[in-house]
Design a binder for this molecule. Structure first.
Ligand SMILES: Cc1ncc(C[n+]2csc(CCOP(=O)(O)OP(=O)(O)O)c2C)c(N)n1
Length: 352
């Protein structure tokens, strides 16, 4: 059951400038609505572009999980870092990356965030502190911990947030990364985006013990659970954890429960779960919940429709610009690529 939309029913909902729930101002909630609408519009446009044959490589949609990205990233400064996983469009957009450069990246174009060489699962944008998505499950965790260690050694106040799924807790890098982060009390917020699935498997069927939070706590890292479809709850919980990390309290762990409304990849029809289960979760999806909250707070539905229309127009421009952009020059194939000169790897001359 979704959480109640308002904490204090009976408060003036007609005063649309006042707080809507608790002390949260409507501008902040509207900001979440805009961010989540942009993520949704980007992914729906990417999905259509994929069906039309424009996308190179796999695409993993985060439809239904947008509140985690928005609620966490709103609490980060532009200079703070994030590390993401294969389902990273929402995190990347919420951190401030350019939608056009992201779409062009999916299309393998020279104007893409990584000049078209990374694709959906390897988008990075250092200008907004986005250190990279990652196609290898769990592999972002040691990268985030390494970045956090570098910040601590340099006396740099920036912090690192690491997003990963519930499936990642069953991989070795989870243990190694969390252990190292705690041993050195590093400035890192771990965000486990628990959508209940690891690819086509229910994660609980392959997970021993009580799950993500208990594993973090076994290493001395406090874990805080949150309803990951309630963007305000995520925002408020993340705000406190970010405050603790910034204050030097060491690593923190946010366990956000959510649901993946689409298949594992954009082309997965997800026959391994009942349609009724998915339908039920559509009723609990975060953008609709946020909209209901804003409407209860007195916001005009026309204004909310305009937010969605603007997001869809931005995504449509990103698609058009991406399709019009050139592919990278062939002779740049080996630039900005790691280890190309290692014997046996990369450049054909090096392989010979
Ligand atoms: C090391 C590794 N093993 C297997 C895979 C194949 N794979 C890709 S995504 C995925 C499931 C990951 O589940 P989770 O971490 O919960 O993220 P979600 O897909 O649910 O967002 C798997 C097994 C991979 N990419 N990397």
């Amino acid at each position: 059951m979704p959480a109640p939309l308002v904490d204090r029913p009976g408060e003036s909902r007609a005063d649309a400038t006042g707080p809507i729930r608790g002390n949260v101002d409507r501008a902040r909630i509207l900001g979440h609505y805009r961010t989540m609408a942009r993520v949704r519009a980007f992914e729906e446009a990417a999905d259509r572009a994929l069906q039309a044959g424009h996308v190179k490589g796999a695409v993993h949609l985060s439809i239904g999980q947008e509140a985690v990205a928005s609620g966490v990233c709103v609490n980060l400064d532009r200079g703070d870092f994030i590390v993401s996983n294969h389902r990273g469009h929402g995190h990347t957009l919420a951190k401030g990356a350019d939608m056009g450069a992201m779409m062009a990246e999916l299309f393998g174009r020279a104007t893409g965030a990584c000049q078209g060489k990374g694709g959906s699962m390897h988008i990075a944008d250092f200008q907004v502190g986005m250190l990279g998505a990652n196609g290898v499950v769990g592999a972002g965790i040691p990268i985030a911990v390494g970045a956090a260690h570098a910040m601590k050694l340099a006396g740099d106040p920036r912090i690192v947030t690491c997003f990963f799924g519930d499936g990642a807790i069953n991989r070795g890098p989870f243990l190694e990364g969390l252990n190292w982060a705690k041993v050195f009390d590093l400035p890192v917020l771990f965000v486990c985006e628990d959508n209940g699935f690891a690819a086509t498997t229910r994660t609980r069927a392959v997970t021993a013990g009580p799950g993500p939070g208990a594993r973090a706590e076994s290493l001395g890292i406090p874990s805080t659970p949150v309803d990951g479809n309630d963007v305000l709850a995520v925002d408020q919980t993340a705000a406190e954890l970010v405050r603790l990390v910034r204050a030097g309290a060491g690593p923190q762990f946010l366990h956000a429960r959510t649901y993946r409304l689409r298949g594992h990849t954009a082309v997965d029809p997800a026959p391994y779960r009942p349609a009724a289960e998915v339908e039920e979760h559509w009723r609990d999806e975060p953008i609709r919940r946020c909209r209901d909250l804003l409407v209860l707070g007195g916001l005009d539905t026309d204004e909310l429709d305009r937010v969605v229309a603007d997001a869809e127009a931005e995504a449509a421009r990103a698609v058009a610009d991406g399709l019009a952009a050139p592919h990278p020059e062939a002779d740049l194939a080996w630039t900005d690529v790691q280890d190309v000169d290692m014997p046996g790897a990369g450049r054909p001359e090096a392989r010979a």
